[in-house]
Design a binder for this molecule. Structure first.
Ligand code: UP5
Ligand code: MG
Length: 190
């Protein structure tokens, strides 16, 4: 009952902005557990769960999976990790995700990392990735960009108004971006 709430950092940015890449680096240096909402949803599809087909169809269209599904997966992964510090990558993606997470978990993020990158660069990266993701084709990428600007940017605006956003120019090489990320995590205000 008197258990301390975990520290959560939301890692946001468009498709291909480098969330997963930078989270892997942060884990190495700062002792966080990385939870990618997209990876958890893909694992749910592979596991053959009863929600799998619904999740797969939504992801193919770049749509946002219902909050309760994603939040349940995040909560389970947090419990199983045994850690108390989390990078939540790619979530919340809309205002409803954000409000539901706060309602259910009572957790507010310590801060929000926002990887800011042009669509041209993100498109180049995603099309070059070649990891067999069903949503890495030009039609779905266009839909993902639209959902990002219409639904996810308002979440970033919400946290901007609360001074929680740490915005990073993510259009640079990986190492340069990570230098800026490190500065955020070592700042005495965090
Ligand atoms: N790369 C990375 N950084 C680079 C750099 N600085 N310079 C040059 N290249 C760089 O990187 C993408 C590619 O670029 C890689 O090849 C990398 O080497 C290179 P990555 O780190 O993978 O970028 P990331 O931002 O993680 O891109 P990702 O495609 O994973 O982002 P999305 O937000 O599109 O995907 P996600 O997996 O989070 O979500 C997928 C779908 O799941 C969503 O569209 C949605 O349908 C669903 N979803 C939900 O419904 N709810 C959720 O809460 C989460 C997801
Ligand atoms: Mg990713």
């Amino acid at each position: 009952v008197s258990e301390k709430k975990p520290t959560v950092v939301f890692v946001l940015g468009g498709p291909g902005s480098g969330k997963g890449t930078q989270c892997a680096n942060i884990v190495q240096h700062f002792g966080y557990t990385h939870l990618s909402a997209g990876d958890l949803l893909r694992a749910e599809i592979s596991s053959g769960s009863e929600n799998g087909t619904m999740i797969q169809n939504m992801m193919k269209e770049g749509k946002i999976v219902p909050s309760e599904v994603t939040i349940k997966l995040l909560q389970r992964a947090m419990t199983e990790s045994g850690n108390d510090r989390f990078l939540i990558d790619g979530f919340p993606r809309n205002e409803e995700n954000r409000a539901a997470f706060e309602d259910i978990t009572k957790i507010e993020p310590a801060f929000v990392l926002f990887f800011d990158c042009s669509e041209e660069e993100m498109e180049r990266r995603v099309l070059n990735r070649n990891q067999g993701r069903e949503d890495d084709n030009i039609e779905t990428i266009r839909k993902r960009f639209k959902v990002f600007s219409e639904s996810s940017l308002p979440v970033i605006e919400h946290y901007k108004s609360r001074r929680k956003v740490r915005q990073i120019d993510a259009g640079r090489p990986v190492e340069e971006v990570f230098e800026s990320v490190k500065a955020v995590f070592t700042s005495k205000n965090e």
